[in-house]
Design a protein around this ligand. Structure first.
Ligand code: UDP
Length: 472
């Protein structure tokens, strides 16, 4: 099939969520700049949403990058549901379709691509959360590369789900509450820091079925790529490398970390730069809960009151679906009039642009992994407000391991006084300075990893080299 001087050709398929599409696009550009031919596949629904969000139509989201002579082809595939289906509102039906229907469409499309591709397709780089890469990869003789867009700590906890279950920390009626200290490469972790799906008592859900199958697949993958840095999670990564070829290649950012020339946003961006330009250095708090997590109305109200008490300038990204129940505007009455010029509330923005603005001094984040990496890169300390999935585990890295943030809520709910007091601690005085000092150190780790002789750059080159040996 492959000849001796074959150029590698990878098919990339991200999970159809914002936080997965972005690192996949950046990986596509990185691999293309190393000489790969890339065929990038988005779901039709993601593509439709990206197109709607653009002022210019985006028939091919890579059109801007292709001017720089990168060989990136673009295709779309149905996720099994009509375009107008509300995937956020009907999340379980969406997941069922991803679990049961999507693979048929993917297989059909890959068959077509493989049949006529020049150069021939060599590997499939699919999101680790997919349940079909082994079957489809094997069928078409492709090397199966699994791309994990979250930290290695989260990967290893899912990888060792059975061990957690056997020890009674997961999937028992009464999960153990004591510290977990038997996961290879993780010296200790509290059960409350596990991903929400591993803390849940009901495991008969569609998401659990996806996770169980996806990690069987991850174990069968030929290679794992991870959007993390070797020096940030050294023990965890070393322990995983004993089991599998595991390459830490993060943070996977657009070149220069400016706005990407590729359209990746699923919603239209509001401009915040002009407003930020009027604010003093380090004076603005940025607040965002990412692309799909929902918060309770009570939490939104308490955060809003805490912001008023603290008198801080802020930009708050409040998606229209931030509160899942339909109780109207989640903000307290009169809030928007009261904040006046001190704040901006927007449905979506270019987060990278906002975080890198000198006026930003702190970030209230739900602890999505991309947000954490971006915040560290921009040297912005965090107030951590995890809502679901890996966000609890990511919080542990930010607050306990790297000390570049504070927990926003210590109990089950937040209250306004606590919010205000913690904003002051994060952004002002001696403690604020301490956080900025610490985050500078962690930023250096990311920066070094991306240098020509840095660990992530070398790991990516090693991945390419190992792949070439396999296809010869
Ligand atoms: N993001 C953005 N604008 C916003 C909010 C988020 O561009 O208003 C981007 C953010 O920069 C990040 C991604 O959306 O790259 C969200 O990914 P993350 O892993 O932080 O959270 P998720 O949405 O997956 O929960």
């Amino acid at each position: 099939m492959a000849n001796t001087h074959q150029k590698p050709h990878a098919i990339l398929i991200p999970y159809p969520l914002q936080g997965h599409v972005i690192p996949f696009v950046n990986l596509a550009i990185k691999l293309a700049s190393k000489g790969f031919t890339i065929t990038f596949i988005n779901t039709q629904s993601v593509h439709h949403q990206i197109s709607k969000a653009q002022t210019d139509s985006a028939d091919d989201i890579f059109a801007g990058a292709r001017n720089s002579a990168l060989d990136i082809r673009y295709s779309t595939v149905s996720d099994g549901l009509p375009l107008e289906f509300d995937r956020s509102l009907n999340h379980d039906e969406f997941m069922e379709s991803i679990l049961h229907v999507f693979s048929d469409y993917v297989e059909e499309l890959i068959a077509k691509i493989v049949e006529s591709a020049v150069p021939p397709v060599t590997c499939l780089i699919a999101d680790t959360f997919y349940v079909w890469p082994t079957t489809i990869g094997k069928k078409f003789g492709l090397i199966n590369v699994s791309f994990w867009t979250e930290p290695a700590l989260v990967f290893t906890l899912y990888y060792h789900m059975e061990l957690l279950r056997n020890n009674g920390h997961f999937a028992s009626n009464d999960n153990r509450k004591d510290t977990i200290s038997y996961i290879p490469g993780v010296w200790a972790i509290e059960p409350t820091d596990l991903m929400s799906y591993l803390q849940a008592t009901d495991i008969a859900t569609v998401v659990h079925r996806i996770i169980f199958k996806a990690f069987e697949e991850a174990k069968a993958a030929d290679i794992i790529l991870c959007n993390t840095v070797q020096e940030l999670e050294p023990e965890t990564i070393s322990a995983l490398q004993v089991k599998k070829p595991f390459y830490a290649i993060g943070p996977i950012f657009p070149t220069g970390f400016t706005k990407s020339s590729v359209a990746t946003n699923l919603w239209s961006e509001s401009d915040c730069t002009q407003w930020l330009n009027t604010k003093p250095h380090g004076s603005v708090l940025y607040i965002s809960f990412g692309s799909y997590a929902h918060a309770s109305k009570n939490d939104i109200v308490e955060i809003a009151k805490g912001l008023l008490l603290s008198k801080v300038n802020f930009i708050w990204v409040l998606r229209p679906d931030i509160v899942s129940s339909d109780d109207g505007d989640p903000l307290p009455e009169g809030f928007e009039e009261e904040i006046g010029e001190t704040a901006m509330i927007v449905p979506w923005c270019c987060q990278i642009e906002v975080l890198s603005h000198p006026a930003i001094g702190g970030f209230v984040t739900h602890c999505g992994w991309n947000s954490i990496l971006e915040s560290i890169w921009c040297r912005v300390p965090m107030l951590c407000f995890p809502l679901l999935t890996d966000q609890f585990t990511n919080r542990r890295l930010v607050v306990d391991d790297w000390r570049v943030g504070i927990n926003l809520k210590d109990g089950k709910t937040v209250n306004a006084d606590e919010v205000s007091e913690k904003i002051d601690r994060l952004m002002g005085g001696k403690s604020g300075e301490e956080f900025r000092k610490e985050i500078n150190e962690v930023r250096k780790v990311l920066e070094n990893a991306l240098m020509a002789d840095g660990s992530s750059e070398k790991n990516l080159d090693q991945f390419v080299e190992d792949l070439m040996v396999t296809i010869r």
